[in-house]
Each structure stands twice: as C-alpha cells, then as structure tokens.
Design a protein around this ligand. Sequence first.
Ligand code: PGA
Ligand code: ZN
Length: 380
Amino acid sequence: MKINNIELFETIISRTSKTVAAEVNGEIAFSPSGASAGTHEASSFVPENMEDLESELKDKLEGEEFNQEDFDTALKEYDGSETFDSIGSVGIALSLAFKMASGYEKNNVFPYPLGNAIGGGEHGGNTAIQEFLILPVEAETFLEAVEINSKIYRELQDRYASKIMGMNDEGALVTRMDDEETLEKLHKVANEYGARIGLDMAANELWNGEKYVYPEMGMELSPKEQLKFVQKIIDEYDLYYVEDPFHEDDYSNHKKLTVETDCLIVGDDLFVTNEKRLERGVEQGSCNSLIVKPNQVGTVTGTYETVEKAFEKDYLPVVSHRSGETCDTSISRMALEKEIPIIKAGIADIRISKLNKLMLEWQKMEKSGKDPKMAELPYL
Ligand code: PGA
Ligand code: ZN
C-alpha cells in the first residue's frame, strides 16, 4: 500500500490521561494504555515533540509503498530501538492505523467474550486479585455470549447491592468483599447462567520480591504456598482460566501449575505478546495460553508473529484490551482475522465498542448467509 497521508494526534484514554491516535490514508487507530504493565513490554508514552515527529515521519514515509512488515520495520528503524523507546505509543498507533488502512480479513469464527465482572488490585477495588472474570462457554452465538455476561453483571449488582461500591478502571464492579468471598459469590451466579469463571491474578503486583501479599485476607504466601493456593481455588471454584498466577519471570512455577491442572494457565506479563518470551515458555512447558496485547510488543507484525507461534505450539491466544482504553476496535478485527478463540474486552463502559463491533459483524454475516459460528474451546 502506498502511504498518501500520515497524521498524529493527542487524545485521551478512559482514565483521562493522554494517548496517541494516528491516521494513515484516512484510517485512524488509537494506542491503549496499561496500569499493571509488565517490565518486558514495549515503551508506552506520549512523546512531547509530536509535531516534529509528525513532520519527520511524513517526510520519511509519505509517497512510499509498504506492506505491514516493511512499514513496522521502518517505524523501528526511525525509532532506533526494537521497543519504541524514542517514539513510545506513536509506534503502535501508526502500526494499527496502517493495518486499518490496508484492511482486516473477516473470517466467520467468533471469539468468546471474557468479561471482567469484579475487580481490584491496580485497577481499583477491595481485592488483591486484579480481575474476576466470566466466560459464557455455553453460548451458541456471539450475541448470546454478550447477553449472558451482561446478565451476570446486572445480577451481581442486584443481588449484592449492599456490598457494591461502584466501578473500577475496567468497568468491573468494586465491592466490599475480599478475594475469597468474591470467588464464592461469582461462582454461584456464573453457574446459574452456565458460565465458567477465571482470574487475572496479575501476581507481579502481589509480589514483594519474596512473597505474594493479599492484604485484605491477611495472607503472605511463598511461591510454593502460592502454587498450593492457586491449585486449591482452581478445584474449589472450577476455574477455567488463570492469568499471571506468578510474577513475570517465574517460568518454573507457571510450568508446575500448568502440568497439574486442566484449565487455561495464561501468560500476560510473563510473555508480553513477545515471540521470544513465548518460545521460552514453550520450551519449559510454562502455561498453555497467552494474552495478546498489540501495544505490549509495539507492532501488528510482532503481534501476529506471536499469535501464529501460539497456534503452532498449541497455546490458546486471548486477544485483550488494556485497562486504559478508547473506542478503537482493532482487537475485535484481529480476533476475526486470526480466528482468536477468546477476546478479553470487559463487560461495560467504553469497552463495549469492541463487543459492539463483533455483534455488528455477527449480524451482518447472518444477513449475508456467511454462517458465523463460535470458536471451539478446549478443556470443557
Ligand atoms: P493493564 O492490565 O492493561 O492495566 O496492564 C490488564 C491485564 O493485566 O490484563
Ligand atoms: Zn493481565
């Protein structure tokens, strides 16, 4: 594709802090922003000299022909690093805008929406664990799947009204309950709707260098005790999904948990959508699933290389929003293009833009006789 026009804009995310939007040939994409970012992620910041950057990038790129890979390479060359240490979030915004301008393929396999129902940790809330998630595994259509998540969310609001204080950064409910009580209540409600539950433990944020600390429950666990605790709650609450149960450099305990359970053990801060880190996980047998966040690796090319490696090695990819979001729908489009079986995109607030995109596509396909269907999930 020939680049006719490139523009950069300063915009905001759902937490109201600044982010970058980029336009390529009339198509716009936004960079999201994380709060519990892993240390191995690509750089993410809004550069101060956006006007100078824009004019230099225009000079360098406009009028030239690129495919996605060459474009992403040119961005990295301009930056001078693999991790966008100079241009920060401009890198992913431009890469996503280029992809948007060149077009996404639409396959007819839809992801299951993994929704953050109750939250805590760095995103705000009373629990040490960051996300208490629901997955509507029995849904037969994407619309039904979204409806089940919405019903569970509203049911929690009704049934536990006196314990609910509001919403956090990801639109998840903030309650007065501690981690165990939350698991108990969510398990009960999710069961009634045929959904399974999961956790993003975001254990980096619990780890103090020696122990995993759960202040609300007065618990401080060694890595060995953490392993036992996670195994116990997997059994007790029939968890389908556990993300980042150990800190971002502990490949070994991730492996121990993976071999002893038959649910998804998911690396987010562990892999940071980075093919090299995933390869190390594959070699060691750490996890059987991974989070895919384009801005963790910085480019669409890097994101897709990691997704392809995951499919090749039988790791289930879960494409995901960040806690700081915009109405950008790139991850929904990626889910359809790459047939990614799960999308983590919240239940309420600004995150519905990603769900709505998929709801629209489902209905469009039905109308045009393209026979949309839900992805196949393992371990059910
Ligand atoms: P973040 O967290 O976007 O705040 O980094 C989301 C997650 O850990 O999955
Ligand atoms: Zn996570």
